[in-house]
Design a protein around this ligand. Structure first.
Ligand SMILES: C[S@@+](CC[C@H](N)C(=O)[O-])C[C@H]1O[C@@H](n2cnc3c(N)ncnc32)[C@H](O)[C@@H]1O
Length: 227
């Protein structure tokens, strides 16, 4: 099953398992002070960004490659939901027909396989950005316990990229989320979308990890890139 199908598969439960992404969207949107009228939301999911926009706008294009997520996204005056892959130049050919006052992306771009390429495409749209991207500190202890390298990029690497591509201010923020037991913790990982739902451990390795994980909380790390 590919990643977009996996996001669609968990779309109906997404709202129950995305506490950290909700906090990230709060912070990202809360920092926008200039009430931009024409907006682009990249990797929009079920609409956490749109739901938080409290000012009036004329046009908001919301892009995602998981059809089920797009179905759940709010529809309404000025909102255009489009199916598209944020790594694909063809999407940007269409987006270039529009002018944006701000480009937003919350909790999605960590899954770009070539972020330099994707940042280049986003920059080509010529608008200021508000991007929140999960970084290597996410599930740090979990990966250390499993003896595998982190799945995501280091915050330091992303900071340099944010400055280089967008001349942006960058801030890295850590979050933690406590659980009553490891079973609940691992269910959260599976359904939250933060892992990209990639199964990188065998069943046996996962069992061992659940027994040996030394904390009752999960760690998250997010970089906010704002220009
Ligand atoms: C963790 S969710 C975040 C959704 C929403 N922005 C939020 O803040 O709750 C990540 C979203 O990115 C989308 N996504 C991941 N890779 C993508 C890609 N290459 N192109 C378009 N959307 C993508 C997924 O389908 C999913 O809806």
């Amino acid at each position: 099953m590919n990643v977009s199908n996996e996001f669609s598969r968990y779309a109906d439960h997404y709202g129950e398992h995305n506490i950290i992404q909700e906090k990230v969207a709060d912070r990202l949107i809360g920092a926008i002070a200039d009430a931009p009228k024409a907006l682009l939301d990249i990797g929009c999911g079920h609409g956490a960004v749109t739901q938080r926009i409290h000012w009036s706008y004329t046009h908001l294009i919301a892009v995602d490659f998981a059809p089920r997520m797009l179905e759940l996204h709010p529809k309404g005056k000025g909102i255009e939901c489009i199916y598209g892959d944020f790594d694909n130049p063809e999407l940007y050919a269409y987006l270039k027909e529009h002018r944006f006052d701000r480009i937003i992306s919350a909790s999605a771009l960590q899954w770009s396989p070539d972020l330099a390429h994707t940042f280049g495409l986003i920059r080509s749209l010529g608008a200021p950005v508000s991007l929140a991207i999960f970084t290597a500190g996410t599930f740090r202890t979990l990966f250390e316990t499993a003896g595998i390298p982190p799945l995501l990029r280091d915050a330091e690497v992303l900071e340099v990229m944010g400055e280089t591509y967008f001349g942006a201010r960058c801030e890295t923020v850590r979050y933690s989320l406590s659980f009553e037991n490891t079973r609940e913790m691992f269910r959260y990982i599976k359904r939250s979308g933060v892992s990209g739902n990639r199964n990188i451990l065998s069943y046996k390795e996962m069992k061992a990890l659940m027994n040996n994980y030394p904390k009752n909380y999960l760690e998250f790390e997010v970089i906010f890139i704002e220009s």
